[in-house]
Write a protein that binds this ligand. Structure first.
Ligand SMILES: Nc1ncnc2c1ncn2[C@@H]1O[C@H](COP(=O)(O)OP(=O)(O)OP(=O)(O)O)[C@@H](O)[C@H]1O
Ligand SMILES: O=C(O)[C@H](O)COP(=O)(O)O
Length: 403
């Protein structure tokens, strides 16, 4: 994999460099609630600009349906990048259309532009190679060189991640190099006991990695939206909680294999439930109640781990030597459901374990809840990406940079 330093040494002055970043930051309306992913890619953008490149930054944000949707505009992220760089950042209101072409054409050496959300175009995420390729061809017209630095998206076989680097001379950015360096250590010589904590909402994406983690981890703690598929697999009713019904048989298989392999699965013993999902805008009090994990009422949903589970998880993390944590324990964005995530973060801060926190929302949660980033071994910008890396999978966005 060519490094950005090698690319810089070859000279980028006057060249249009496409930086595929992951600026998929949490937003409250147009306010960025955590800018960690923008800060993480800033050094790459600023090194290229300082070397005289004309930098074209691109990213996805959220999961729009292949067409423009103002709720998912990258404009707030572009403005924040400008603040962090201390220079003006141009913004193209489309991705490969007139605005993008004109904005890129107007760049002078050392200037930076952000183009609009890649996923406003169906070609970006298409499963059809030709459709993705056609979109990558359009993106390629905007640049002379490609730098892959969107670690959070390298597990996606998307046009800007996978197909575009095949069309342009390419290199890996500094963020990807750092992330891969840390995660590699977790796949090689890991200090034991090795505990993995899994939560969050992208349940279907993440259940698959458990199969592989069973071979690696000594202890797997489950929380967040992930927990209810496990509770269901154990025969408990989960009311209207997030549930991946079709995965229940697979989860039953994981629970069985864990016993055979001597891996400890730790599931919630109590949860906070309510009749409805909380209002994350007004943050109006949600009045949840605590119930045993095997007594979730049929008309309520689990939105955080309960107090007994918080204590249990803290105890299970206290003597770990290595911890990998992906996915919040509850809907931490609402103060009534933040305690579970806080308890896990605090347990990692208190433990001498080498801890890696992976995931856009998990990393954001740690910072939003007021923890010092430096209290953790590493905060990864990748959620699904870091899990799939640990799984040993070939990640499309890394493979494309290796060629
Ligand atoms: N019990 C629950 N029910 C519904 N949503 C939940 C629950 N627990 C946590 N969440 C939500 O999960 C979301 C984060 O999940 P996600 O899987 O995206 O995390 P991540 O891995 O850190 O991020 P990413 O994969 O996007 O990098 C949060 O917005 C949180 O509100
Ligand atoms: O938040 C993430 O994990 C990355 O930005 C990838 O987003 P995606 O899961 O929507 O592809």
């Amino acid at each position: 994999m060519k490094t950005i330093d090698e690319l810089l040494a070859e000279g980028v002055a006057g060249k249009r460099v496409f930086v595929r970043a992951d600026l998929n930051v949490p937003l409250d309306g147009t306010t960025i609630t955590d800018d960690g992913r923008i800060r993480a890619v800033r050094p790459t953008v600023s090194a290229l600009a300082a070397a005289g490149a004309r930098v074209v930054v691109a990213s996805h944000l959220g999961r729009p349906k292949g067409a423009p949707d103002p709720a998912f505009s990258l404009a707030p992220a572009a403005a924040r990048l400008g603040e962090l760089l201390g220079s003006e950042v141009a913004f193209a209101t489309d991705t490969v259309g007139e605005s993008a072409r004109a904005t890129v054409a107007a760049l002078t050496d050392g200037q930076v532009a952000v183009i609009e959300n890649l996923r406003f175009n169906a070609g970006e995420t298409s499963k059809d190679d030709a459709e993705r390729g056609a979109f990558a061809d359009q993106l390629a017209e905007l640049a002379d060189l490609y730098v892959g630095d969107g670690f959070g998206a390298v597990h996606r076989k998307h046009a800007s991640v996978f197909d575009l680097p095949a069309r342009l001379p390419h290199a890996a950015g500094g963020l990807i190099a750092t992330e891969v360096g840390v995660l590699k250590k977790l796949t090689e010589d890991v200090a034991r006991p090795y505990a993995v904590v899994l939560g969050g909402a992208k349940v279907s994406d993440k259940l698959g990695v458990i199969d592989h983690l069973l071979e690696k981890a000594d202890r797997i703690l489950i929380g967040g939206g992930m927990a209810y598929t496990f509770l269901k697999a154990q025969g408990h009713e989960v009311g209207i909680s997030l549930l991946q019904e079709d995965q229940v048989p697979a989860v039953q298989g994981y629970l069985k294999r864990a016993v055979e392999l001597g891996v400890e699965f730790v599931l919630p013993v109590d949860v906070l439930v309510a009749h409805e999902f909380p209002d994350l805008k007004t943050k109006a009090p949600a009045h949840p109640t605590t119930v045993a994990a095997d007594a979730i009422p049929a008309d309520q949903e689990g939105l955080d781990i309960g107090p007994a589970t918080r204590e249990l998880y803290a105890a299970k993390l206290a003597d770990a030597a290595t911890v990998f944590w992906n996915g919040p324990m509850g809907v931490f964005e609402h103060p009534d459901y933040a305690e579970g995530t806080k308890a896990v973060a605090q347990a990692l801060v208190d433990s001498p374990a080498f801890s890696v926190v992976g995931g856009g929302d998990s990393a954001a949660a740690v910072r939003i809840l007021g923890f010092d980033e430096n209290a953790f071994g590493h905060i990864s910008t990748g959620g699904g990406a870091s899990l799939e890396y640990l799984e040993g999978k070939t990640l499309p966005g890394l493979a494309a940079l290796e060629d």
